[in-house]
Each structure stands twice: as C-alpha cells, then as structure tokens.
Design a protein around this ligand. Structure first.
Ligand SMILES: Nc1ncnc2c1ncn2[C@@H]1O[C@H](COP(=O)(O)OP(=O)(O)O)[C@@H](O)[C@H]1O
Ligand SMILES: [Mg+2]
Length: 225
C-alpha cells in the first residue's frame, strides 16, 4: 500500500473545515503551501497537495466527523469497482482517496460539456455493483458524479450505509431522457439551474408530482431557448 500521501499530513493539519447543521456548504479556514481546495460539500472540503497530486484529501467538518468512518468502511466494501475512487488511507479528520480528474455533471451543464449516455449508464452500473455488495447507493446528484474520458464516475459514498432511496439519481436520469437532447453542448445559466433545482425541491412537498414539475421546467426552458 502506498503511503507517500503522508507527506501531506503537516499541511492538512493547518486546515480547519467548519460546517453547521443546516446542510449548508462548509467553510474553510487556514491554509498551507501546496494545498489547494478542489471541491466543497455540505460535510467536507476536498484538497489536493501539489507534491502528491494523485491523492484527494477529504477533510470533514467536526459536525460530520462520524461520516468519515462510515465513508471509509463503504470504500473498503467497494474496493476494486472501477466506478468509484480508491481509498488510500486516513488521518484524524480526513480520508485519503484517489484524485479523480474531470468536471462534475453540474460543471458539464454550466460549461456546455456534452454528457454522453454512456456516462449515465456507467452510474447505473456503479449502483448495481454497489448493491451487489450489500450497499445502498444514494445521494447521487450532479456534484457527486464526474465525467472522466467520456465515462461516469461516482464520488461521495458516505451515505451508502443509510436506508431509504432519495431517488435523486432516478430523477436525474429521467430528466436526462426527457430534456437533455435540446441542451447538449449548451451552457446552461446558473439562474436556470437554480430555478430547476427550486422546482425540484418542491417534489418533497408531496403535493406536486413529477409531471407537474416537468411542466414547470418546460416553461422555464422555453425562456432559455
Ligand atoms: N476523489 C476526488 N477527486 C476529485 N474531486 C473530488 C474528489 N472527491 C470529491 N471531489 C470534489 O469535492 C466535492 C465535495 O466532495 P464530497 O465528497 O461530495 O463532499 P460532501 O460529502 O461534503 O458532499 C465534490 O463535489 C467534487 O467536486
Ligand atoms: Mg457531495
């Protein structure tokens, strides 16, 4: 097992990641030479260290620290499946995983990078293989999937030991089938993505169904086209 990631230990100790209970993105304080933040979530911030560029260091906020152990155990169970990053080690408040280059699907939509059907199928396959290992793949949304050489890869496996289906991926796959063809290769502005997200969150409020959401989204899209 490679341990050269340990070169980053000292630098990582200079960062603190602060989160809260309201599911907002975490905030970072501190810094160290060679360390750059490559992604932010609601539980953690992810860094890369210049002298050891193959690794990504996922540093959890204190309030999400329990998820570190959960995510580590999930990575162990996913070992060998090529649709997920690889686990390399851990520190007191971080996991060391393979750095995975490529834009997230959200960045693809914002930048007009085409998302091929193959990448969507890869995510389905990733989920199937995770289920085969007794896991419950969930929390799969636009920021947790990246496009890598035309293929899909799934990040952020911390919730796979939880019960229930948040249906996020099913809804994205449905939207891909229903709307994506007209947008492939076009930059989708942030206001539109936000508006779609707001409509989508209303799904939780039970009284709206998918077809009603689709009608709303179509009205929004008409303004864009
Ligand atoms: N292995 C990785 N390689 C490259 N970027 C990553 C990697 N893991 C996470 N990221 C980036 O960091 C962001 C936040 O990481 P994530 O694991 O989703 O944190 P959270 O659990 O807080 O949602 C991701 O959306 C992605 O942009
Ligand atoms: Mg995430």
């Amino acid at each position: 097992m490679r341990t050269d990631w340990r070169e980053a230990e000292q630098a990582l100790g200079k960062i603190s990641v602060v989160g809260d209970e309201r599911n907002q993105e975490v905030e970072i304080s501190g810094g160290a030479e060679g360390l750059s933040c490559i992604g932010i979530g609601t539980d953690a911030a992810v860094f890369r260290y210049a002298p050891t560029p193959d690794y990504a260091f996922k540093i959890y906020s204190d309030h999400a620290l329990h998820k570190k152990t959960a995510e580590r155990d999930v990575y162990k169970r996913l070992e060998g499946i090529p649709y997920f990053p690889t686990l390399h080690g851990e520190g007191p408040n971080y996991l060391v995983i393979s750095y995975e280059p490529g834009p997230t699907l959200l960045e693809c939509l914002m930048e007009g990078i085409p998302v091929p059907a193959r990448a969507m199928e890869d995510v389905d396959e990733a989920r199937r293989l995770a289920r085969e290992r007794g896991l419950n793949p969930r929390d799969i949304h636009l920021k947790n999937v990246i496009l890598q050489n035309g293929r899909g890869k799934v990040l952020d496996v911390s919730e796979y030991v939880k019960e229930g289906n948040d249906k996020r991926w099913e809804h994205l796959a449905w939207a891909y089938e229903k709307f994506y063809a007209g947008f492939e290769g076009r930059r989708i502005p942030e206001w539109l993505l936000d508006a779609v997200k707001k409509s989508y969150l209303k799904l939780d409020q039970a009284n709206l169904n998918l077809e009603e959401i689709a009608a709303r989204v179509n009205r929004l899209l008409a303004r864009f086209k």
